[in-house]
Design a protein. Structure first.
Length: 383
């Protein structure tokens, strides 16, 4: 017997939006929040909060409210009232950029059998390694990321300093050198992948996290409701292209992905196209704005007041699978999977240098690698 309910009216807004600039120094976390409630209930709650806490301009703006104690009280009342009726997607922007790096620099050359690489978490190995390099080692990784971000924003390969440069800085780590070598030897695959896409139309927002977060949230809500009606605060990425959402209108089948060993919903049933609205007119969007701001505030380790601590306790029940955070367990060389991925990276670089197929007999290579590593495991650290 189905446990889903009928229709959900959902409201969405974000906190920490910087578009394609995922390296913004003051906005390190992106949160896209969703709240399920009828328009009248949202209107009543917003008007109550505005009157009780004497909020100016007649609109709830979470980013402003979290800056003061009274504002945090107001947000906490919203969270308490709406408990169990909001879901959020949260992303560490640097790690999200590292994930995009794999998607656009590595995957084009591996696309023939990309499921093999995802199923062994090779993408997470590369992304976490890049995050370590960026967070710990500094300049070289930062310039690499800046080049990548510039390339994805503009589609222009000219003027890049490090991404496809054969010149390496002294002291570069062996792993980062291997990642750079892979990019250099597989540049043509990247060019082909980005041709006519990056920097044009929806491609201008290829690094933005809004569409991905919205899709993931809708897919999660779709597990609880037969149909969904969505109201989103207007944004340029959503305005540019809604194709991936339009194909979900009146779609009643439920399909799942098993990418990386996780069963994740990839369909949902929209009752109508996504409604792009002004938050002044749709009160539920203001509630989503407050929820998003709360989780960005909670994810900042510098915030240690009672509300930051309390809201951190909501993360496990509210943050959906698919949120993007680094997990250095994927770099723990005591694990066979991580040792295998370290060996695989070097194998891919070696094949790239020789100009031979990156994917031919790769499954057999991985099987032999596992046997060899069980007999002779490699060291416990990656330098």
């Amino acid at each position: 017997m189905s446990t889903t309910k009928t229709n959900a009216t959902l409201h969405f807004d974000e906190s920490g939006f910087t578009g394609n600039n995922l390296l913004h120094p003051q906005q390190k976390t992106f949160c896209y929040a969703s709240v399920e409630c009828a328009h009248e209930e949202a209107k009543d709650l917003v008007e109550h909060i505005i009157a009780k806490y004497k909020i100016q301009n007649g609109e709830i703006k979470g980013g402003k409210l979290v800056k003061g104690l009274k504002g945090r009280r107001a947000i906490d009342e919203i969270l308490t009232h709406m408990k169990g009726r909001y879901k959020v997607s949260v992303s560490d922007k640097k790690y999200a950029l590292a994930g995009k790096f794999f998607e656009y620099i590595f995957e084009p050359a591996l696309s023939e059998v990309n499921s093999i690489f995802y199923n062994i978490n090779f993408h997470r190995f590369i992304a976490n390694m890049l995050h370590v390099e960026f967070s710990v080692r500094g300049a070289m990784a930062e310039e690499l990321f800046e080049d990548f971000e510039s390339l994805m924003r503009t589609g222009n390969f000219d003027g890049l300093k490090k991404l496809f440069s054969s010149t390496k800085e002294e002291g570069i780590s062996p792993v980062l050198e291997s990642i750079c070598d892979f990019a250099i030897y597989n540049k043509e695959s990247v060019i082909e992948e980005l041709d006519g896409y990056a920097g044009e139309g929806a491609g201008k927002w290829v690094l933005d996290l809004t569409n991905t977060a919205l899709f993931s949230l809708l897919a999660q809500w779709g597990q609880e409701y037969d149909s969904l009606t969505a109201f989103c605060d207007k944004s340029k990425p959503l305005s540019e292209d809604q194709t991936i959402f339009d194909v979900m209108i009146n779609r009643e089948d439920k399909k799942f992905s098993m990418l990386g060993g996780e069963r994740s919903p990839i369909t949902f049933n929209l009752s109508e196209p996504i409604n792009l609205v002004d938050s002044k007119d749709v009160h539920g969007v203001q509630l989503a704005d407050a929820v998003a701001a709360a989780f960005v505030y909670a994810c900042d380790p510098e915030n240690q007041d009672e509300y930051a601590i309390k809201w951190r306790g909501l993360i496990e029940e509210s943050v959906i699978f698919g949120s993007v955070f680094h997990d250095y367990d994927y770099l723990d060389l005591k694990k066979l999977e991580v040792q295998r991925n370290a060996v695989l990276l070097q194998e891919l670089v070696d094949r790239s240098k020789k100009g031979v197929s990156l994917t031919r007999n790769i499954r057999e290579f991985l099987q032999v690698t596992d046997i060899n590593l069980i007999a002779n495991p490699i060291g416990a650290t990656v330098n």
